[in-house]
Design a protein around this ligand. Structure first.
Ligand code: GDP
Ligand code: MN
Length: 346
C-alpha cells in the first residue's frame, strides 16, 4: 500500500498491470458497508465478480463511517479482480449539520419509531444523506465517472456479458435501475413541497422531455411515491456533480428533511433523475436479474433469461406487483410492456 496524505483514504493498493488495460470506461463498483456485514458482503462481491466483473476487472471502492478492520480489507482484496480501495467517510459528511435543530430531530425520530422502518435510527439518516449528497465527492471516487452501487445481501442472477459502463457511455445513459416501487409517504412528507420550491426558483433545471409523469399522477401537483430502488444503481456521477443537482441537494439539506423526516437517497436521486434528465438518459436494466431482500427483479422473457443464464424465475419478479412502478415507467417512456406481463401481477 502506498502512503496516503488524505486521512479519508485508508488503503488504495496500486496494481501496475491493471493500469495497462485499455478500452474500459472510467468506472468503479462502490459499496458503503460496515465491518459486521463482511459475511453478507463476501457472498455479494463474489457473485458480482462471477457474473460480471471478472470479465472487466473494474475497481471496487469500499466506504465506511468507521475504519475497516484487517479481516474486511484482506477478504475483499482477495475477491476483487480490479483494485480494491478502502475509504473513510469524512466526519462532516456523517454528522448532523449546524442548522438542524437536534431536539426537533430527536422528537421526530421518536415519533416515527413505530410506523416507519428505521424511523428511530440516526445512522440510517446519515447513510441516506451521504448517499444523496456526498459519496461522489469522496476522495476515492474523484477519479471515476460511472459507478455501480452494490449493497451487502444483494445478488445478481444473470451473467452480464457486456461492459455495463461502456454501455452507459455509448448510449448516453446517465441513470440505470432494475426495480422501481412506491415509497412510504411518512418518510418524505415535505420532500415534494421542497422539490417544487426548488424547481420554481430554478425552472432552467427541468429537462424538456422528462419523466415527470412517472412521478406524478397530476402533472406535478403531487408526488405519487414512485422511485428507483437505489440499492442497485448504475449511474454517471457527472450528474450528481452538476450544478442543478448540487443546488437541489443543498436546498433539500438546508430544509433539514433528512433528519426531521427520513428522506431516502432513493426518492431524492429518483426525483432528480426524473426531472432534470431527458427521459432517454434513464435506463431500465431488464436483463439483470437482481435481488435485494425482500424484492427480486427477474426478466420474464425466456430468451433474456437464457442469454444471461439467469438463476431466477420469472414468477419471482416484483415488476408487475401492485407496489411496482415499472408499468407506469414503461408507459411514460413509451416502451412496450413485455408479452404476458399480466400473468405476473399477483
Ligand atoms: P436498507 O437497504 O434500506 O434496508 O438499508 P441498509 O441497512 O441495507 O443500508 C443501506 C446501505 O448502507 C448498505 O450498503 C449498508 O451496508 C450501508 N449502511 C447503512 N448504515 C450504515 C452505517 O451506519 N455505516 C456504514 N458504514 N454503512 C451503512
Ligand atoms: Mn440494503
Amino acid at each position: 500500500p502506498g502512503s496516503n496524505p488524505d486521512p479519508n483514504i485508508q488503503i488504495a493498493f496500486d496494481y501496475p498491470a491493471l493500469r495497462q488495460q485499455t478500452e474500459r470506461a472510467n468506472a468503479t463498483l462502490v459499496s458503503l458497508v460496515r465491518n459486521k456485514e463482511l459475511k453478507q458482503m463476501v457472498r455479494t462481491v463474489k457473485n458480482y465478480e462471477d457474473r460480471f466483473n471478472h470479465k472487466f476487472r473494474y475497481d471496487w471502492v469500499f466506504l465506511n463511517d468507521e475504519p475497516f478492520d484487517d479481516d474486511f480489507i484482506e477478504t475483499m482484496t482477495n475477491l476483487v479482480s480490479g483494485k480494491a480501495k478502502f475509504g473513510l467517510v469524512p466526519k462532516e459528511h456523517w454528522s448532523v449539520p449546524s442548522w438542524v435543530d437536534k431536539e426537533k430531530a430527536d422528537k421526530a425520530r421518536k415519533a416515527m419509531a413505530e410506523q416507519v422502518i428505521y424511523g428511530d435510527s440516526e445512522s440510517y439518516r446519515h447513510m441516506c444523506r451521504f448517499n444523496s449528497g456526498f459519496f461522489f465527492h469522496h476522495p476515492l471516487m474523484q477519479e471515476y465517472r460511472y459507478y455501480w452501487r452494490v449493497e451487502p445481501e444483494t445478488a445478481i442472477h444473470c451473467d452480464v456479458n457486456y461492459d455495463i459502463f461502456q454501455f452507459m457511455q455509448t448510449n448516453n445513459k446517465t441513470y440505470g435501475f432494475t426495480i422501481t416501487l412506491l415509497e412510504n409517504p411518512l418518510t418524505v412528507a415535505s420532500l415534494w413541497q421542497e422539490t417544487k420550491a426548488y424547481t420554481k426558483a430554478h425552472p432552467e433545471v427541468l429537462a424538456k422531455d422528462n419523466l415527470l409523469n412517472w412521478l406524478s399522477y397530476d402533472k406535478g401537483e403531487n408526488y405519487n411515491m414512485c422511485h428507483f430502488w437505489s440499492n442497485f444503481e448504475v449511474a454517471d456521477m457527472d450528474f450528481w456533480r452538476s450544478e442543478a443537482y448540487q443546488k437541489y441537494f443543498d436546498h433539500l439539506d438546508k430544509s433539514g428533511g433528512f433528519f426531521y423526516e427520513r428522506w431516502g437517497d432513493a426518492p431524492v436521486h429518483s426525483i432528480a433523475a426524473a426531472l432534470f434528465l431527458p427521459k432517454s438518459e434513464v435506463h431500465f436494466f431488464n436483463d439483470i436479474g437482481y435481488t435485494h431482500p425482500p424484492f427480486t427483479h427477474c426478466p420474464i422473457d425466456g430468451d433474456t433469461r437464457k442469454e444471461g443464464k439467469c438463476s431466477c424465475l420469472a414468477e419471482e419478479t416484483f415488476d408487475w406487483k401492485p407496489c411496482s412502478c415499472l408499468g407506469r415507467y414503461l408507459d411514460v417512456q413509451r416502451i412496450k410492456r413485455p408479452h404476458d406481463w399480466e400473468n405476473y401481477s399477483d
